[in-house]
Design a protein around this ligand. Sequence first.
Ligand code: CO
Length: 469
Amino acid sequence: MSHKKQIKITDTTFRDGHQSLFATRMTTEDMLPIAEKMDSIGFYSMEVWGGATFDVATRFLNEDPWERISLLKERMPNTRLQMLLRGQNLVGYRHYADDVVEAFVEKAAETGIDIFRVFDAVNDERNFITTFKSIKKAGKHIQGGLSYALTERRLGGPIYNLAYYIDKARRIEDMGADSFVIKDMAGIISPYDAFDLVSALKQSITIPVHLHTHYTSGMASMALLKAIEAGVDGVDTSVAAFSMRSSQPSIEPLIVTLQDTPYDLGLELESFTEINKYLEGIIPEYIPFADNTRFSTIDIGVLMHQIPGGMISNLVGQLLQARALHRINEVYEEIPRTRKEMGYPPLVTPTSQIIGVQAVMNVLAGRYKMVSREVKDYFYGLYGKPPAAVDEEVRKKVLKGYERGEEPINTRPADILEPELPKAREALRGISDRMEDILIYALYPMTGLDFIKKSIEAQTIADLENRAA
Ligand code: CO
């Protein structure tokens, strides 16, 4: 117990916490009253933006996502604000052209994001090139990540083994990342695998190593502890009220667990009483968005199938719509088959949705009789290079008659995309020329445009009322 190690804590309450538990519905208004208290805790960083928050704010909350960062920044000057960026997909579901990526990162940095956690759904590092360059240019922190995936219950096997992660992590370090994160979005990293992986990473790369996992399978708190013993530099937690279940492990038990050890966090347990009291007070309005289908806080299905909970609820919704819920077991069997044919991509947004939708169509309509547009794009190479080779027969079938061509590309996907900002500017001519709005439109042309029009209307009405008053 001689050498003390300061573990960096990233709090996820304002992003992954409510994204995981309450379908991303927490409003800025509900964050502000507790923001200063959160800022006083002494977290290394707080993840407050990105992931699904941008889409949900414009689509469901009628809230300007850019304003959220400005308002939080004002109240939290002492804590690094962090966002989750889906590489070239930004906060959307497809690859955007480089001009959109550059402008988005520049605007996010200018508005207040300090740390950009970047990942790619197929772990193709070419999809980091533009984001890394843009983050560096803005003078901000690049946290490069790998989506943690498995093909069996434990680390190993032909694809997702130690060598795979070490090789990819080295590439990310070589590309200029300031830190590295294992991004276990499904909560499937088991404690001893976390120990082995972190130990190997600490021997292979020099930048700090962070671990992001979810409590979903019930292993996360144990995984954090083993990762800390193996020398991890930072871990993600959430405040108790927004933790556990499919969210992050909670910070409070970790504080006591590590007290008087070389990893003592030095955080005041008492400070969390007020925060939890406040959060418990707002939870009732979010309960309708919580998963209340079971009492258990642990999803043993994830332990068995390594399929993220969010993906399962999407499948159920899709099957219900087709009045075919009774075929769910066939879909469970189909998913690994479809995933194998697609080169074993990690099950993370957007690949989890793409595989899920296709697996359902394969069951209902016959294998690859109906193929989604995204699956065609995927086999063409528009999402990047999958971790393993795709099935040649399936690829031929899927790309038959595909408008971009029947032969897949080998380049970085964004290399074949035309600049997209000019078109977005044009579409918003006479409506708005704010870069914030142009980016919202470029990301989501349909729902984004609705949102921009609505917020301009609301602003006009407010202005008129002010004038009248
Ligand atoms: Co997460």
